[in-house]
Each structure stands twice: as structure tokens, then as C-alpha cells.
Ligand binder design. Sequence first.
Ligand code: ATP
Length: 350
Amino acid sequence: MAEIQLRNLSKRWGSFIGVNNFDLTIADQEFLVLLGPSGCGKTTTMRMIAGLEDATEGEIWIGDRQVNDLDPKDRDVAMVFQSYGLYPHLNVYENIRFPLKVRKADPATHDERVMKAAEMVELTEFLHRKPAELSGGQRQRVALARAIVRKPSVFLMDEPLSNLDAKLRVSTRAQIKNLSHELKVTTVYVTHDQIEAMTLADRVVVMKAGVVQQVGTPTDIYDNPANTFVASFIGSPAMNLMDGDLRDGTFTGKNVEITGLNGADGPVTLGFRAEDASVAEAGTSGAVNAPLYTIELLGDATMLTVRAGGQMVSVKAHKEYRAGIGDPVSLAIPAAICHLFDRTTGARIA
Ligand code: ATP
């Protein structure tokens, strides 16, 4: 069992707060993704779990041990970094075997364990090559094999895909997901890429400026973002947001009116997802009319962006939809697809 408990964990450098009161239990075998923009504190959180950074306050438990005062090597965690961290003078086989040697695992088991790990990441044919003779994707697979060769209690992965090109990132991502399913080891994975987070995570923690904004399954976070920050960080494109006022169930923004909403009167930000809205016939009652700003063909759909309510708004239309830039477009934005946030705090209200 390797449940991880982070109890009121904080990191400060002088008066600067890198991580503020992070409090979460990560279940045994869970794949948890820390997601947020650069500088939000996700790497620092992971480094505190690894023991590479001391916590200023709070407790870290791995299984039934409080590990705050343990050295990294005694925490039974294996790390995978963006920069691979391979030993250049060792070949692939020796790199993968390295943790077994350091931990003095029974030498009679080394060969079998290295071969099994290499096989899991499809490196069997490269065992005699040095890291310099491998592609970036192959190097990252060596780093993965080195992490899985001894079954640690916890995997910590810091942006392991960011140095790979787009295609390789997708295939390596699938491989990590499959490995994690096979190995069933509690994993904390850091990324600023929301698609990586959505595709890999059992649960996602969205962070901003050291503070946790929301913890939830990818579906929770996508369907019920806790605030405008999460709404605008998750999804591609991000949720459309328009500022306005709610009165008697009617939202009024710049050139936009949407009726039938629930919520108390006041200044609000209204949000909806591009794929939930649709293009309406010109003149449809209740539709929002706006000139087309740009049109992008995605293959499976056509993305329209208009200026509505003083903001850019994207809507996914049928793949055969065509229009010219500047043409008038009517958008159906029914109340049922709308999210409402407090305009001042950004917190979700409906
Ligand atoms: P990135 O995606 O860019 O790696 P991150 O979310 O992982 O960002 P952290 O590396 O955790 O962010 O950094 C959080 C904040 O703490 C940043 O503002 C960073 O500048 C600051 N920070 C990190 N290490 C130190 C340090 N040793 N001294 C002072 N401030 C630091």
C-alpha cells in the first residue's frame, strides 16, 4: 500500500510562497496529475514528495511512514524527469540496471528484471547502445525502464514528455498510461499540458500561484470547473467566457442576451464550451449574432471564432460548414449549456 498524504504542505522562500497549504490524500495506485501554468508550484510539490526540497510546513506520508526527514533514497520513490537524467557512459542495459546495483538487489535477479523492464518499454534491441546513440523518445523510455525496474512504492514524473515531438508525445503518453495500468504503482505526474492531464489522470489537481484551485476527475474538472481560472485552463479551446450581468435569469453582455438562467442577480461571467453551442439559422430568436473573426478546418469539425459580448468566442460547427471572415454568424447558446461564475471572485455559482 502506498497511499500518499500531503497534510497542509507549504513551501516558502523568505516571504515568497511557492506552495500554499497543499492538503490531499493520493490513493494507493492512483495516477494523480498536478496541472498548472509555469511557476504555479507543481514541481516544488513533487520535489517535496521526493525529498529534493524541504517542506517549510506540513507533513508528507508515504504509506504508513512520515517521510519529511528521510533522504530521497530512503523514500522508495522513482523519478522520471523531462531531461531523462541518464548516465552517458553507461549503455541502455547498464542504465536500466543502475537502481538495482545501488539498492543492492540480489545480483542473480538483475538480468531478468532488466530484460523485463526493457521489454515493457520496447527497448530490447537497443540494450548495447549509449544514450547518445538514441533518439529522444528512446532515451525517455530508458528513463521509464530505469524507474520501473525495481517496483518502487511511488513514481514521480516531472514533464516526462515535454522534450518529445508532438507525435512521439502522443505514443509515449499512451505507453505511460498502459504501463501505469500494468504496474499499479501510485504516480504523481507534473505537467502544464491539460491534454496530458486529461488523458492520463485518475484525478487532476489544478494549481495557480501555489494554491490548489480544484481537485477532481478529468470529467469533473471539464464539466464543472470550480472557477474561471480552471474553466479557461482546461479544454481545447478553453471554455468561452463573457462578462455581463444577470438579472431575473437573463444574462446581458455586450450585444448578447441569454435567457432562462438560474442564479442571483449581479455581475457574472458566463461560460460555455465550443462544442456545446451551435450555429443557428440567421434570424433565429434568442441567437447571438456576431461577425466571423476566423474559421479553422480541423478535419472532424470546423471551428468558428466570432467576437461576441466583447470577447472572442469559439464554436464548433459541422465539418462542412464554410463562411468568410466578417460574415454574420448566428450562434445558439441555450441556457442549459451555460456555466455562471462570480465576476469578481471567478468562483462558480451555477
Ligand atoms: P514550471 O512548469 O515552470 O516548472 P512549476 O509550476 O513547476 O513551474 P515551481 O518550479 O514549483 O513551478 O516553482 C514555483 C514558484 O516557486 C516559482 O515562482 C518559482 O520561481 C519559485 N521557486 C522555485 N524554486 C525556488 C527557489 N529555490 N527560491 C526561490 N523561489 C523559488
